[in-house]
Design a protein around this ligand. Sequence first.
Ligand SMILES: Cc1cc2nc3c(=O)[nH]c(=O)nc-3n(C[C@H](O)[C@H](O)[C@H](O)COP(=O)(O)OP(=O)(O)OC[C@H]3O[C@@H](n4cnc5c(N)ncnc54)[C@H](O)[C@@H]3O)c2cc1C
Length: 434
Amino acid sequence: MICFFSVENDFDLIIVGSGPAGLGAAFEVLLRAPKTSVLVVDRNEFSSGGLRNDCKMNFTWPIGFPEICWTKDQAETYLDRVEAFLSPRILEKKNVDVYRKRAEKLGVSLLSIRQTHLGTDGGLELIKGLTLKLKALGAELSLGEMMLDIDMERKTAITDRRELRYRDLILAPGRGGFAFLQNIMNKAGIAYRDNVVDIGLRIETKEERYSIVRDYYDPKFFFPKKTRTFCTNSRSAYVVQEKYGDQESGLWYSVNGHAWSSSRPENGLTNFAILKTVTLTAPLASGQAYARMLGMQAALLGGGRPIMQRVGDFRLGKRSFAESFTGDLYDFEPTLPSCTPGDIALSAPAKILNSVWNAMKLLDTIVPGLLHPSTIMYYPEIKLYANRPAFVDEYFRAAEGLYLIGDGAGTSRGITSAWASGLRAADGILRSPT
Ligand SMILES: Cc1cc2nc3c(=O)[nH]c(=O)nc-3n(C[C@H](O)[C@H](O)[C@H](O)COP(=O)(O)OP(=O)(O)OC[C@H]3O[C@@H](n4cnc5c(N)ncnc54)[C@H](O)[C@@H]3O)c2cc1C
């Protein structure tokens, strides 16, 4: 690879997005080709994308890897490289065989995953360290700068501050950058599919009622009908909401969860998602449009907020009221109290809700306690992984000098796989004979 040093706004490589996908690519290129001029741009003032949230990292196939663009061998080879760079402290697990046997009797599988958990505060520390390291390697980091458009013929990227010239451009804008990415792909004539979406609920309960989390931090259960547990948080765990859309197109929220590291006081609660993967077929509709409609319907019924309902009310077919969250049966307060107590069954499609409720019943048999009446169900939790660009090579190149990676491009569904997709794009860039 021939490099030309940065002259003002000219760079060998521009990376949009400082999340794990962008960072993976930046480090790999700079470590192997130190003279490359690299600019990392992020629209947020302090970023590194999803590393800021909870920072559980999974190092086992297939967690986080969309099978449409990764083989097991490929993913494992890249995971080894991610692990070698990040040097995680893998968490110990106990009694996995006991839970697995119980699960298998019910047609449920439990994967034993190598994972680590830094917590939201630990993630922030990691970002600080990575940022310093990246700058020491010579990268330029421009925070608070938003990429608006690209002109592929002139190899120019247009931000809200300036025009930049690049030889290679990596777009890694995460899930929040779906619309941006679709815009670019539409303009550049890059074909893509957008027909898969994960939809479900976040469950919050006392840790003692989902006691497996003391043995296995983020247990990965797979239930029938493409339904699974996802992103379990405990010790000092909170449910949060993410905002999507805008005033013009309509605002909606998805719930999510995170936890602080062991340095913060424990609150005795745990939360996790149960998600169902929906693949839309003929007549093909956009997964994002479908997700947006569901999100907006939930926001409509929730008065502009996500909906929460106690399991006790749900079982009786009753909506929850504010009192449902203060009564004597209900022995803990929601950690996202701004949600509207309501009736999830009025909003969630039957097929999704039935699959999730079935999974909850199976889980309650494997880890007794989950269906205590006080357990809270939050709706909706929606994961958009749906952009599937037509890549022209195995390095996630979508056009001459343009690579699309990370959750936004559908090449990952988590921190380690996002990092791995950055390594894969970097491999492509480093082997290109410019
Ligand atoms: C609350 C929460 C908790 C999570 N917990 C975990 C977890 O514990 N473990 C796990 O594996 N995954 C977790 N995830 C998912 C994980 O964060 C993502 O899978 C991962 O961060 C994806 O990486 P990425 O680099 O593709 O995108 P991101 O990390 O989202 O980074 C994209 C970056 O691009 C920037 N950007 C977007 N558009 C533009 C633009 N036009 N111009 C400039 N910059 C732009 C954004 O500001 C952002 O910083 C969590 C997500 C959330 C929201």
